[in-house]
Design a protein around this ligand. Structure first.
Ligand code: SF4
Length: 394
């Protein structure tokens, strides 16, 4: 049995991520593990993935709490491969309280939506990005606007029975808050989604876009966009994520609170908390290699308590819930909790943080300089001593 599954044996509950790396075409800004769909490659990949999911089902006896099928564009598999993937995932779909599938708009039709609903998906996530042809052309977003409109019509019907998220993009150089506001208005007019992920455009080195666009927008579009979404009734529960009441993404919340998760597929990451830190397993970003070797094509990394603590701070700072000093104490000890309270006090004095009982959270002013604050926590934490034998609670 794969060492990863042996390590997961004692974990009573975990989230599951499944990666499908195919897209019809590649966007110019894409930094994800994705490639252009080739039917033969997809056949072999889907076969290996099914075998791996069957192996996981027979070796993991805990409970799958949430499931997320992402990519790439999982719907690029086409109806037959998708139906077979759902067969291999039926045990997880039955168990998970929340099952998300993400996709590109142009791949959704009524039949596919019905298939996904009948197989038990409870959450659909569609990559809209923008309704502006000018912005789509500027960033090299593939797929047509007609496809976006059509998918939103279908999702409007589905929204009665599932939770719907739409991804929008902001902070694109050459565009302003008013462009983002138009996108939000258009989205809400066409489909009253339950959840919006508003992402900054990241221009990653080596992408086609990095050769023609400046690295960053010089306009702050974030604070007015956040305020606009909030005025429309969407609560910002994480830096880039907004939801109506009852529609927060449980799968992402599990990542942010360092719950265990297993990732199956090319480039998928698994993280299992263990006493004194965590174990991470990353499958290499090589689709053909995964098709040949399956989950064996990966590398382990041991995260010591200091690294795990830094991740804890970084993730918690992004959320509206913020850092719970009680959680820090249980996981990392009394000294770490006292140290965290001190650093938070310094940022509170500068007007960037606030507190509610034992939690410390960033104010909008702090969210805007998240990287500076996180770096400050990281640098200062180098002086902190940890006891890896601590009887920490995970
Ligand atoms: S749809 Fe997403 S994963 Fe596919 S190429 Fe575009 S950015 Fe990459």
């Amino acid at each position: 049995m794969l060492r990863l599954y042996r390590l997961a044996e004692d974990i009573p509950a975990c989230s599951l991520y499944v990666h499908i790396p195919f897209c019809a075409k590649r966007c110019d800004y894409c930094g994800f593990c994705s490639e252009v769909m080739r039917p033969k490659t997809a056949d072999i990949y889907a076969g290996t993935l099914s075998r791996e999911l069957n192996a996981l089902q027979s070796s993991y006896h805990g409970r799958i709490t949430t499931l997320f099928v992402g990519g790439g564009n999982p719907l690029s598999l086409g109806p037959d491969r998708l139906a077979r993937l759902c067969d291999s995932l039926s045990w997880a779909l039955d168990a998970a309280a929340e099952s998300t599938i993400e996709f590109n708009p142009e791949s959704l039709d009524e039949k596919t939506a019905d298939l996904l609903l009948s197989r038990g998906f409870t959450r659909f996530s569609v990559g809209v990005q923008s309704f502006s042809s000018r912005m789509r052309d500027a960033i090299g977003r593939k797929g047509s606007l007609e496809g976006v409109y059509r998918s939103l019509e279908i999702l409007k019907e589905s929204a009665v029975s599932v939770s719907v998220n739409a991804d929008l993009m902001t902070s694109v150089p050459g565009f302003t808050f008013y462009d983002t506001r138009r996108d939000i208005d258009e989205l809400l007019k066409r489909c009253p989604v339950h959840h919006i992920s508003l992402y900054d455009l990241m221009i990653e080195e080596g992408t086609l876009l990095s050769k023609r666009m400046p690295a960053e927008s010089d306009e702050d579009m974030l604070s007015p966009s956040w305020a606009y979404l909030q005025s429309a009734g969407y609560c910002q529960y994480e830096l880039s994520n907004f939801s109506l009441p009852g529609h927060q993404c449980a799968h992402n919340k599990a990542y942010w609170s360092q719950k265990p998760y297993l990732g199956i597929g090319v480039s998928a990451v698994s993280t299992l908390p263990v006493r004194g830190g965590a174990i991470r397993y990353a499958v290499l970003p090589d689709t053909d290699g995964f098709s040949r070797s399956g989950m064996a094509l990966g590398e382990f990394e041991e995260l010591d308590m200091r690294t795990w603590f830094k991740e804890h701070l970084m993730l918690a700072l992004r959320t509206a819930e913020g850092i719970s000093l009680e959680n820090v104490r249980k996981k990392f000890g009394d000294d770490a909790a006292a140290w965290t309270a001190d650093v938070c006090s310094a940022w509170t004095a500068r007007g960037c943080m606030d507190c509610r009982e034992d939690t410390r959270f960033l104010l909008p002013e702090g969210m805007l300089i998240m990287n500076t604050i996180t770096t400050d926590f990281f640098l200062k934490s180098d002086a902190l001593a940890f006891d890896p034998s601590l009887d920490s609670e995970f």
